[in-house]
Design a protein. Sequence first.
Length: 231
Amino acid sequence: MILCFDFGNTRLKYAFFDGSQLRETGFVADVSLASIAELTSTHTISFIAICSVIEIPDAIIDFLKANFQVRLIAKEDATVRFSAYDASTLGLDRLILAEACLAEFPSQNSLCICLGTCITYNLISSEGEFIGGAISPGLQMRAKAMAEFTDKLPLVSLKPDFTPWGTDTDSNLNAGVMAGTFFEIDGFIKEAESRFTNLNVILTGGDAGYFAERYTVNEHLVWKGLLVLVK
């Protein structure tokens, strides 16, 4: 089994692969040696790949390297090209999504939209170049901001069956977050389509499911990118 870790700002994800076949995905409770040791004891593991945008304690890295063949994915592993974009400022998580798009949608221009703690827009050309992107607040961040930076607005529980016009405070807040994000996504898609033909649009990330009825969603896209880089 190949074990892949994707440690983001909010979710600590893992996936087990049998060759190129995805067998199991899940979440690690916390970045602790106990949690990692428990997970690695559940399967016979031949290789571990790690992508992380957070600091991983040295004790965990030492434990993994002492017991398994480990590869810490770095920016230098990526094959995506850059010309106008400052590659030194692009996060590893976005690089891996770009690699996944190149592997999953060869010879297509791709707009990969990842809905996590933040929403990232990643535009990749059919020639394998990272053209550019944008970063905006994620769904939960938007909802929490309205509750925390006002005196009376509540923290709303987001719902996928949103409309642009609410009829009470909760539905207004839900519309502001959900419909507002939908209009934002739609705007970026239309702008990208005005620049590129044969555009593939894919949503991924933990909150992508909220928009599954409106766009193509691939929740496992990051694992495709990780697997490409370790093979």
